[in-house]
Design a protein around this ligand. Structure first.
Ligand code: PMP
Length: 356
């Protein structure tokens, strides 16, 4: 830290992303919930030499073909769509727009690690509310709470999901607050709140192309909401980074959003593999939460979470774990291809045998 860093940021606690190995050793990478499948072939087709030549020009600040494709897919007006450089940027703009110097945010204490990081960075007051003992979110903590709300649904890292009706109740009972639903993982069996948008002008839904559309490396995320909320995010973006999506991201995102058949095939495959892996882990004695996401959150028996994590890593399998008291023995395991999951299960069984 240099002596020039301003006081405000001296105590910042940055988010620590999952490991992204570069070159060298090849890992079975089950640590950051990426898709095991390549992007839609339409993405490759969209990035032509002609489009590469156009990279000398700035991108469209309104990312028009992309916002139009998203609006069509979700049956909303173009003025109800905001696109960002990954949903992380969309979330950052939302914390800044609706919380900075204003109303506090409330979110679950065990959820996406970026929420408290954004809140601290932007000086947003927040309350992190513990989950119930079974890791579920208690809707009563949010219904009529009078605070801005952020709920990842399905939640991360648990994979547990709330129903649409509950989200509707939270939005209805907090009419003067923003209710942000982070649906990064909703395409793997969750119940999206998109059909509720017409009823609640305070509902903001955030989704990403990083998981179900295989574009984590392109950094494309979006928000759907009332024209008022979306206008606020636009204002934030135009005060900050008008060209937040580059030309390639706009092209790739549009192509991916328009390939519905490919999207369905990939998400169905991940769900089928998740069911199989859940059963296999339970047969090995694991406690496995009922996931509606592209990962499972699971606790082994007969070995600590840390020992299993380390032994898997030594055998070339990356998973994710957190050194927090309630979940220290759990691993979050992304759902990879069938071959990757077979290798993971086989190595896990070996490690358990050696430990037992
Ligand atoms: N929300 C949740 C709950 C996540 O787990 C993640 C990333 N893993 C994100 C948002 C951000 O995703 P991205 O910036 O890649 O869209």
């Amino acid at each position: 830290m240099s002596r020039f860093l301003s006081e405000r940021f001296r105590s910042a606690r940055p988010y620590v992303p999952g490991e992204q190995p570069q070159g060298g050793q090849r890992y079975i990478k089950l640590n950051t919930n990426e898709s095991p499948f390549p992007p839609s072939p339409r993405v490759t087709a969209a990035i032509t030499a002609e489009e590469v030549e156009k990279l000398r020009l700035y991108s469209d600040p309104d990312a028009r073909p992309l916002t139009a494709a998203i609006a069509r897919r979700y049956g909303v007006d173009g003025r109800q769509v905001f696109v960002g450089n990954g949903s992380d940027e969309v979330l950052a703009f939302a914390f800044l727009a609706f919380g900075s110097g204003g109303k506090a945010f409330r979110f679950p204490a065990l959820s996406y690690g970026f929420y408290p990081v954004f809140a601290r960075l932007f000086g947003v007051e927040f309350e992190a509310v513990p989950l119930r003992e079974d890791f579920t979110i208690d809707p009563a903590d949010y219904i009529g709470c009078g605070k801005n709300v952020v709920i990842a649904n399905p939640n991360a890292p648990t994979g547990l999901a709330l129903g649409r009706r509950t989200i509707g109740e939270i939005a209805r009972s907090n009419p003067d607050s923003v209710v942000l639903v982070d649906e990064a993982y909703v395409d793997f069996g969750g119940e999206s709140a998109v059909p509720l948008l017409g009823e609640h002008d305070n509902l903001l839904i955030v989704q990403t192309f990083s998981k179900s559309r295989s574009l984590a490396g392109m950094r494309v995320g979006f928000a759907l909401g009332s024209p008022g909320l979306i206008g606020d995010l636009q204002q934030m973006k135009f005060s900050f980074n008008p060209y937040n999506l580059d030309r390639l991201a706009i092209l790739a995102g549009t192509a991916a959003m328009e390939d519905e058949a490919y999207f369905c095939a990939c998400t169905e495959k991940v769900c089928a593999t998740r069911r199989r892996v859940t059963g296999a882990l339970r047969a090995l004695g694991f406690t496995v939460l009922e996931s509606k996401a592209n990962f499972v959150f699971a606790k082994p028996a007969g070995i600590s979470g840390e020992a299993l994590f380390t032994a898997l890593r030594a055998r070339g399998v990356l998973t994710r774990r957190w050194d927090e008291p309630l979940i220290r023995d759990y691993l979050r395991i992304s759902i990879g291809s069938d071959e990757e999951m077979d290798a993971f299960l086989q190595k896990t069984a070996e490690i358990l045998r050696e430990a037992g």
